[in-house]
Ligand binder design. Structure first.
Ligand SMILES: C[S@@+](CC[C@H](N)C(=O)[O-])C[C@H]1O[C@@H](n2cnc3c(N)ncnc32)[C@H](O)[C@@H]1O
Length: 201
């Protein structure tokens, strides 16, 4: 699951996406997530944190957050931009994460890069690691076509779009129940974008 694409493109990516959110509703989703997590014991993990902008935004909203990403170059940017925050190298499996109490997980546009056959395994690992009621927010390029994920021509790395029902189904199978979802469409972007909040059963 290494990310040579993001390592090679990190500088361009940082120049292209200098801020945390592309559309205002993403910020509202993050704010709603922070509200749900607020007061929970433990650390929130930003899975596939990239440049760390969202990690920092959530810290600004009062959460204790660490970022985790497999791309050393993306992490290099994150660490230089936010020297006071903690970023660790690692995959969505959380295999490299120390034994900490996890308050919540947020995975924005990172599980899209995990081969669909492996996403169920990732979620199973999360399920084993998390205690009951732990919130998980996943953001992803969405598909309107029910059924399996569809690979698309992401500029940086192999990626798949998911129908929100399919993501919800696979989450349910692995021990998570959906709380809410947002699917938004913007004329300036070619795909619908999904946010799905679920919690460990
Ligand atoms: C589109 S960027 C999103 C970054 C950040 N989450 C955000 O919302 O701005 C995708 C990130 O997912 C990371 N990624 C790719 N494959 C991953 C994997 N298997 N596990 C965790 N993160 C992964 C990439 O290195 C990259 O930093």
């Amino acid at each position: 699951m290494t990310q040579p694409g993001y390592d090679a493109m990190a500088d361009l990516y940082a120049a292209t996406f200098p801020s945390a959110y592309q559309f205002p509703i993403e910020q509202h989703a993050a704010a709603a997530f922070a509200e749900v997590v607020s007061g929970r014991e433990g650390v929130t993990v930003d899975v596939g944190c990239g440049l760390g902008h969202v990690t920092a935004d959530l810290v600004g909203r009062g959460l204790d957050v660490i970022g985790c990403d497999p791309s050393v170059m993306m992490l290099d940017h994150a660490r230089r931009t936010y020297p006071d925050l903690t970023f660790i190298e690692g995959e969505a499996t959380l295999a490299t994460l120390p034994e900490i109490k996890i308050a919540a997980l947020i995975a924005r546009f990172s599980l899209i890069h995990v081969e669909p056959t492996q996403v169920a395994e990732v979620l199973k690992g999360w399920s084993e690691r998390l205690t009951a009621d732990t919130p998980v927010l996943i953001a992803f390029q969405a598909s309107d076509e029910p059924g399996p994920p569809i690979q698309f021509d992401h500029a940086v790395a192999p990626a798949w779009r998911w129908h929100p029902d399919e993501f919800s189904r696979i989450l349910r199978q692995r021990g998570f129940d959906e709380d809410w979802r947002i699917v938004y469409r913007d004329n300036s972007y070619r795909f619908p974008v999904g946010h799905l909040l679920a919690h460990r059963r």
